[in-house]
Design a protein around this ligand. Sequence first.
Ligand code: PLP
Length: 413
Amino acid sequence: MRVYLDNSATTTAAPEVVAAMLPYFSDHMGNAQSVHSFGQQAKAALEASRRQVAALIGAAPTEIVFVSGGTEADNLAIRGIAKQFSERGRHIITTKIEHPAVLATAEALEAQGFFVTYLPVSREGLVHASEVRRAIRDETILVSVMHANNETGAIQPISEISQALAEAHEAGHRRIYLHTDAVQSVGKVKVDVDELAVDLLSMSAHKIHGPKGIGALYIRRGVKLGKILFGGHHERDRRPGTENIPAIVGFGVACELGRTSLLERMNRTRDLRDYLEQEVTRRITGVKRNGDPHQRVPNISNLTFDGVDGESLLIALDLKGVAVSTGSACSSGSLEPSHVLTAMGLPRDEVRGSLRFSFSQYSTREEVDYAISTLAEIIARLREMSPEGDTPGIRSALEGANSASTGASEIKL
Ligand code: PLP
């Protein structure tokens, strides 16, 4: 059995999405900038998709700019504001738990002479609006706080933060722009740009059963961004480059499906997630849940297993066909502990012993049952091998995997 419980990393494209995209690779392959009928057909599809994306977040279509994904949306929002308002101020406020698309962008700006405040979070993984209020200085131009965290699912108090910025404005501070990375909340919970009262909001199609390599930045009417890419006049001069029409069409359909079946998806994923948490804590000892239990998206569960190495667990699960994720970024051979769980104050061994399970509307009860029993079996084995709580690291787990000659069930971890 193969069970995919890593839907926060990416999702399968919905069949309706794939079907809608296909004609735009061939029959309707026009360039949306061309004046002939091929071009006009592509342009019509582009604008129809823009309306579908806008409708999902309560925006006007003209406020949607298509970009290559969540990473570019974050870059455009943050660097665009930094560039536009650098004369006015060079201070940016963000948090310690952002995605690298925001954190690395903020660090790059620091190298260019900007000052960045990285706000702490509570043990539950939540930022407090009062911290934002305290961090505001005369030079502050931008606050960037993610909507839902990609590791814990914790939903940040964006409208309260917006309220804090409005109060600062009323008290005489010049306008501070508010950006939120909503890559993990759009299509998972109701997201409305007016309720959140944000100026900029990042979205990505592949997290909501759309294609990879396409996303959007919502830019509130009247908000001006400095240019970060140079080229033609596409996207009303806000993002140059020939529009990726097949992907944009797929994104539009994914948004439409997300909007019309939001409640059904929320209920389905919440039921599966709650079932997993309930069964795992009933059947396995030494399990803790990470992140705020109430303020969270319905499709993510982050659990710590005492005395177990998360990477070893992940590999052992994969060998049995179950795909989950740790928070650690595995880059250039080095394993970094999750910066999110670390910022929440979890001790290092608990950070190392944590896994993220993330669901989609295609996940089934049968799959979750298989994942739970596999998990229980592997953890029992790992703990048996190392009762002191020091389970083998990733290297020995990989060696175990490599030396297995007769299939995953033979592997001793
Ligand atoms: N922001 C968050 C919170 C994410 O989870 C991700 C994807 O993992 C991104 C941004 C980046 O999005 P993309 O993969 O579309 O560049």
